[in-house]
Write a protein that binds this ligand. Structure first.
Ligand code: ATP
Ligand code: TZP
Ligand code: MG
Ligand code: MG
Length: 263
């Protein structure tokens, strides 16, 4: 993967400022909108059945996040997803908490079946549970399992016909034939809720400006990982300060800093 090209994608996001339509959870709505703005994208949250299709059609990407599901929200996701598919707008699915309850697992699978999803981004337990492998999940947080993330990511990518991003200490991206790893990031990301959800929405912003799925995912993860490292450097072990500083660094980090620090 070309590091220079991947690191430069944030400049395209800042220049184009793509509209990212999020149907997301009630926990992370404000943080997600602020994170997208900080990165240079343009966020919108819209849920009404009367407008979701219209909004999805004018967006650069649609992000579906099942964190606080209701049947009404699921129907909104399907309406928006179908509209996005018609217009060939990339759709990102964050299957928050899949595996924790049968409803979440079934909903994630239903969306993958009925909508042409370009990216599936979650922790290892979520992806494994959707793919039908038992892996313990505590609420919305992954518990570490011994299984091989490479084979999990590539099998899930083939099973669902999309690019799969499995995050954690090491991030794994696979389209079923090529698998890439990144080890940027910082453990304090696990102490702030919504850092995974924000990443999924940022993936939407990158997908809106770069059609190559692997490149866009690599660029988004490198951008986010390096920004989080810079933020942690500034704030130490303080989740509250880190959450704010992450927003600052999402707006400040440069392509050169990203390229020099991709691991
Ligand atoms: P979980 O609920 O399991 O925390 P999530 O949806 O919040 O899942 P994460 O896997 O935490 O998603 O990924 C969000 C970001 O945090 C990614 O950029 C990932 O690289 C980073 N990250 C997660 N865990 C670590 C870690 N231990 N060390 C460094 N970075 C991490
Ligand atoms: N409960 C339902 S959604 C949500 C919680 C705590 C937020 C999960 O955010 P993330 O990004 O997966 O940590
Ligand atoms: Mg996390
Ligand atoms: Mg999550």
């Amino acid at each position: 993967m070309d590091k220079t090209q991947a690191a430069s994608l944030i400049s395209n996001v800042r220049e184009v400022s793509p509209l990212v339509h999020n149907i997301t959870n009630t926990v992370v709505t404000n943080f997600t909108a602020n994170g997208l703005l900080a990165a240079g994208a343009s966020p919108v949250m819209a849920y009404a059945h009367e407008e979701v299709a219209d909004m999805a059609k004018i967006a650069g990407a649609l992000v579906l996040n099942i964190g606080t599901l209701t049947n009404e929200v699921v129907e909104a996701m399907l309406l928006a997803g179908k509209a996005a598919n018609e217009m060939e707008i990339p759709v990102i699915l964050d299957p928050v908490g899949a595996g924790a309850t049968p409803y979440r697992t079934a909903t994630a699978r239903r969306i993958l079946k009925e909508i042409d999803v370009q990216y599936l981004r979650g922790n290892a337990a979520e992806i494994a549970n959707i793919a039908g492998k038992k892996w313990a999940i505590k609420g919305v947080d992954a518990s570490e399992g011994p299984r091989n993330r490479d084979s999990l990511a590539s099998k899930a990518a083939m099973m669902f016909g999309c690019t799969v991003v499995v995050t954690g200490e090491i991030d794994t991206i696979s389209d079923g034939s090529t698998t890439i790893h990144l080890s940027n990031g910082h453990p304090i990301l696990t102490k702030v809720t919504g850092t995974g959800c924000l990443l999924s929405s940022l993936l939407g912003a990158f997908a809106a400006v770069e059609p190559d799925s692997l490149l866009a995912a690599y660029g988004a993860l490198a951008f986010y990982g390096v920004a989080s490292e810079l933020a942690a450097e500034q704030t130490g072990n303080r989740p509250g300060s880190f959450q704010i500083e992450l927003l600052n660094q999402l707006s400040l980090v440069t392509p050169t800093q990203i390229e020099e620090n991709i691991r």
